[in-house]
Design a protein around this ligand. Structure first.
Ligand code: NAD
Length: 262
């Protein structure tokens, strides 16, 4: 019997990277999962079906676009209508854009704030009423070391992730008497498509080669000189869903190889 048997988890941005690892870890622990995110339909269907097969749970997929508040609310409604409840919400969908502030495209700013920050607000707002009725809930947002410190050329991302840190604390205080916890996890660099995709722009902004970006920018930030793994982040998210984590709320938990200790 898994610790999440009978529970349903909605994980935004779970077609790839950290979100997919969370969906898999939660399903392994017995939860039904609502997957979400972009990607090739055949690849998404393969991942969804593999989760159902491997863990004997239900896994459904929603293409809800996290830039659209009504689609975020529909994602939560889909979980409740199809799987009976949304007990766990992981706000994980995220994008990045790297550019000097004076060239930063306004539409990239808007998209990053919408997906990385506002979508979490809309999802929490939609999920909380039913969590309160059931008297149990876990809200986890994938923040970032960039919720605590800044790096040049990432104005929108750093602003959004700092916003997540504040939103997490506020929601935790509001829900403190409802047996619903709200926390965020702040990974350092995790080797996922999001990090890979930013390398060309970082090369251009910093006038560096690819290997220099990896060693002198990405891993330079992390004293361990190792990338965090998606499984490590998922494992912490799973722990936050356990009874042992019932008194952890409003926390911003770093998993960054010592980055923000420096
Ligand atoms: P990823 O690119 O592998 O995954 C991002 C997910 O978000 C994908 O499933 C993608 O389809 C989805 N997504 C993007 N735009 C969307 C939209 N409009 N609507 C719905 N889904 C959308 O990247 P990842 O590294 O796994 O990132 C997941 C989260 O972790 C992000 O919030 C990111 O900021 C955060 N994070 C990543 C790192 C890292 O180093 N990779 C570090 C700290 C925090």
């Amino acid at each position: 019997m898994g610790i999440l048997n009978g529970k349903t988890a909605v994980v935004t941005g779970s077609t790839s990277g950290i979100g997919l690892a969370c969906a898999q870890a939660f399903a392994k622990a017995g939860a039904n999962v609502v997957m979400n995110g972009m990607g090739a339909p055949a690849d998404i269907e393969n991942e969804r079906a593999a989760i159902e097969r491997a863990f004997a749970v239900r896994a459904i997929y929603s293409p809800a676009d996290m830039t659209k508040p009504n689609e975020v609310a529909e994602l939560i409604a889909l979980g409740e209508a199809t799987l009976g409840s949304v007990d766990i919400l992981v706000n994980n969908a995220g994008i990045q854009h790297v550019s000097p502030i004076e060239d930063f495209p306004a539409e990239k700013w808007d998209a990053i704030i919408a997906i990385n920050l506002s979508a979490a607000f809309h999802a929490i707002r939609a999920a909380v009423p039913a969590m309160k009725k059931r008297g149990w809930g876990r809200i986890i947002t994938t923040a970032s070391a960039h919720s605590l410190v800044a790096s040049p050329f990432k104005s929108a991302y750093v602003a959004a992730k700092h916003g997540i840190a504040g939103l997490t604390k506020t929601v935790a205080l509001e829900l403190a008497r409802s047996k619903i916890t709200c926390n965020c996890i702040s990974p350092g660099y995790v080797w996922t498509p999001l990090v890979e995709k930013q390398i060309p722009n970082t090369m251009a902004a910093r006038r560096m080669r690819r290997d220099e970006v990896i060693s002198d920018v990405l891993l330079a930030a992390q004293p361990t000189k190792e990338f965090v793994t998606v499984e490590q982040v998922a494992s912490l998210a799973l722990f936050l869903c356990s009874d042992d984590a019932a008194q952890i709320t409003g926390a911003n938990l770093s998993m960054d190889g010592g980055w923000t200790a420096a």
